[in-house]
Design a protein around this ligand. Structure first.
Ligand SMILES: NC(=O)c1ccc[n+]([C@@H]2O[C@H](COP(=O)([O-])OP(=O)(O)OC[C@H]3O[C@@H](n4cnc5c(N)ncnc54)[C@H](O)[C@@H]3O)[C@@H](O)[C@H]2O)c1
Length: 440
């Protein structure tokens, strides 16, 4: 049975796409510098599905595998413009040098482009990020007033840069852990809470609210709740604005969501998974605070439970010790080292161990995700897809889903979902991998 359907009408990617970055730190400066380097032919967009990925169409025997960027209408790198907010006034040039991710000669080559990107004053409150004290911060009568100031920034940026569309990406520091409270349940309560300076409204939520009120889709790269509340997801659905999150899936969790589905596919049991990291950048410093770490821990711990489904496989996965640690260790800077010790068991219960030692570069892994998410969310917006974009789970440690739906963490399934969504948008047959027709 063919699963082709009519293509979904998608508005063309005409004009400039403004990418508004909350936080001008290690991830975002590596992203902006990378896009400029790629545009100038100094480097390749490695790690980016939108720039390097292909998509198979039709039967395997058809040999149709166009580049994704030729298959769906994405904004071109030449049409991107960047804006940012940060609690420090450093331009992207100074911030990139401070972050120390990219080598100095490359940053120097991009000096003029990076120096042009100066952050706007941020909405910040140290209550939510204990380890930082900002100087470049907005003052306001209350949280609604701050949101209105952000809305003005957004409108000015759009006008001054002649953008036809905008997207906003939260890649600022991880805030303290907050649970969903009554004030997050509906928009009226949320807005009243903003006016009353309620503690349950974190700065990241003020940015998300300002974006959605300005007609701008929102991407959450950190584990904070941010847009993942009934009030704001409802606002996004109502205004047909795409939203997605949470927490870019980069180093250790990326590997976890590659390895764990494989162990489960082979019905190998698990006794324990101990993950530890040393990290020396500003993110590591912020996560050294127990309240910010708790937000990250929740995000990192959930993947394994969802992938292994202990309720369906009690003999294999009902008694697992899963521990995640992050230690701030300045000498390593952005070059994180992650260790995983995995205690598994096989036939007749015989134990085995797997050790993974990942010497990764956090922001090098995260930068292409920012690019892909900005371009795909803009595509979703032009295709009229509002609300939670579950098809972008591929990029997140803690994917947002519709209420009552468990998140899909398996990287391969996430990739299939993403590519099938693109096929669906263009009216191509969905690929089920059944393949019986080859043997008829
Ligand atoms: N690098 C990765 O692999 C990765 C993966 C998943 C999630 N993340 C998350 O992405 C975020 C950014 O990571 P990073 O390594 O770039 O950190 P970073 O510390 O280098 O950058 C964060 C920036 O945000 C700024 N900031 C903090 N609060 C702000 C606010 N309210 N408004 C505007 N700016 C604010 C800080 O001053 C800093 O410049 C973190 O929350 C991190 O946990 C990173």
């Amino acid at each position: 049975m063919s699963q082709e359907s009519a293509p979904i009408p998608i508005q063309p990617a005409e004009g400039k796409l403004g990418i508004l970055l909350v936080g001008l730190g290690a991830v975002t400066t590596t992203f902006v510098a990378g896009v400029e380097a790629i545009k100038q032919g100094l480097a390749q967009p490695i790690g980016s599905l939108t720039q390097m990925g292909t998509i198979r169409l039709g039967k395997r025997t058809d040999n149709r595998a166009p580049a994704i960027k030729d298959f769906v209408p994405l904004a071109s790198l030449n049409d991107l413009v960047f804006g940012a907010w940060d609690i420090f006034p450093d331009t992207a040039f100074d911030a990139a040098l401070h972050a120390g991710v990219l080598e100095r000669p490359l940053v120097m080559q991009l000096k003029s482009e990076l120096s042009e990107l100066a952050p706007m004053a941020a909405v910040f409150d140290q209550h939510y990020v204990k380890r930082l004290a900002g100087t470049h911060v907005k003052q306001g009568a209350n949280k609604m007033d701050l949101a209105e100031q952000l809305m003005k920034d957004i409108a000015n940026f759009k006008r001054e840069n002649g953008c036809s569309r905008l997207v906003m990406v939260w890649a600022a520091s991880t805030e303290i852990f907050l649970d969903i409270a009554d004030v997050h349940q509906d928009l009226t309560s949320f807005e009243n809470a903003m006016r009353a300076n309620d503690e349950n409204i974190a700065p990241s939520m003020i940015y998300a609210y300002a974006a959605l009120k300005s007609g701008v889709p929102f991407i959450n790269g950190a584990p904070n709740l941010t847009v993942d509340t009934p009030a704001l997801t409802h606002l996004a659905t109502q205004n047909r604005l795409p939203v997605c999150g949470k927490d870019f899936k980069t180093g250790q969790t990326l590997l976890k969501t590659i390895v764990a589905p494989g162990l489960k596919a082979r019905l190998l049991g698990l006794n324990g998974w101990f993950s530890t990291n040393i990290l020396g950048n500003r993110d590591g410093e912020v996560l050294d605070d127990p309240e910010s770490f708790r937000t990250k821990e929740e995000s990192k711990l959930s993947a394994l439970e969802y992938i292994l489904q202990p309720h369906l496989y009690p003999a294999l996965y009902s008694d697992i010790t899963h521990t995640v640690r992050i230690n701030y260790y300045p000498p390593r800077g952005d070059n994180k080292e992650g260790w995983d010790n995995i205690d598994i068991f096989g036939w007749l219960g015989y134990p085995m161990q797997i050790k993974i030692n990942f010497l990764c570069r956090d922001s090098i892994l995260a930068a292409p995700l920012v690019l892909d998410l900005a371009l795909f969310v803009d595509l979703a917006q032009r295709a009229g897809m509002g609300g939670i974009q579950e098809w972008l789970s591929f990029y997140f440690k803690s994917p947002m889903t519709a209420p009552g739906l468990y998140p899909e963490h398996d990287l391969t399934i996430q990739q299939m979902k993403l590519k099938n969504t693109l096929r669906h948008l263009q009216g191509e047959e969905l690929i089920t991998h059944l393949g019986l027709e080859y043997y008829d």
